[in-house]
Write a protein that binds this ligand. Structure first.
Ligand code: ADP
Ligand code: ADP
Length: 221
């Protein structure tokens, strides 16, 4: 469904990706692992259409997306992808429920409908009681659940998560992973997650290990 073919990307003289090919099946949960600097985030960003590779192709459902114009790519991201960053990227001036409603408003849903759907997602992630609080008033775990709700609210084909539990303790991390994967499975979304943490990688159906910008191994745990 989502495929990277021979992706390469450099930053100055640093080669972040060097001919990486991966394939993600519908509904599959894939962990991208490897040491710091291996190219994990760069791969995630290329797959998610937030960074363009220098060479190679990114293909979603048979259609190349790395060559789309900026407006088309943004529209496709909003339709098909959900992204959870480690440090939230939630809008601090807005409440939790408004943050979750935002992607639906971008997709031209009406405000009432968007707010109702957002409230439902907060409930599903067990943070309904935080709906009217601002992001700054929430704990790390609560914020991460709100970020997950925001990534899933549009019913994406693929959810991308970069160190989704990086800011949490063990229990908080387990709860967020369980909530995220449960919600993704219910919606039939594939999940691609970057992690340093073996306990997080253990949730995946498959692990792709990068080293020095290349795929080291793809194993089924
Ligand atoms: P990982 O996620 O595995 O830690 P990254 O994809 O973040 O690896 O980085 C891979 C390499 O590319 C590293 O050498 C990193 O310093 C470099 N890099 C990544 N992003 C940038 C950037 N925006 N500018 C310069 N170098 C970058
Ligand atoms: P991670 O290891 O989790 O990928 P990093 O701290 O390497 O986190 O990267 C965080 C952000 O900084 C990313 O957006 C990445 O592209 C950027 N980045 C990474 N390395 C560099 C670098 N050497 N110069 C500039 N930006 C970088």
């Amino acid at each position: 469904m989502l495929e990277a073919r021979g992706l390469s990307k450099s930053f100055g003289r640093a080669r972040a990706l060097d001919g990486v090919s991966v394939e993600i099946a519908p509904g599959e949960v894939v962990a991208v692992t490897g040491p710091s600097g291996a190219g994990k985030s760069t791969l995630l960003h290329c797959l998610a259409g937030v960074l363009r590779p220098e060479s190679g192709e990114v293909v979603l459902d048979g259609r190349r997306i790395d060559t789309l114009g900026e407006a088309e790519l943004t529209a496709l991201r909003r339709q098909s992808f959900g992204i959870v960053f480690q440090f939230g990227e939630l809008v601090p001036e807005l409440s939790a429920v408004e943050n979750v409603a935002l992607p639906l408003l971008f997709n031209r849903h009406g405000r009432g409908e968007a707010m109702a759907a957002a409230a439902e997602w907060l409930e599903r992630l067990e943070v309904a009681d935080c709906a009217d609080q601002r992001i700054g008033e929430l704990s790390g775990g609560q914020r991460q659940r709100v970020a997950v709700a925001r990534a899933l609210v549009t019913g994406p084909r693929v959810v991308f998560a970069d160190e989704p539990t990086g800011a949490l303790d063990t229990l908080g991390g387990e709860q967020v992973m369980t909530a995220m994967l449960g919600a993704a499975r219910a919606g039939g979304a594939a999940v691609v997650l970057v992690t340093h943490d073996n306990r997080v990688a253990a949730y995946a159906d498959r692990e792709i290990t990068l080293r020095d910008g290349a795929v080291l191994a793809g194993v089924n745990p």
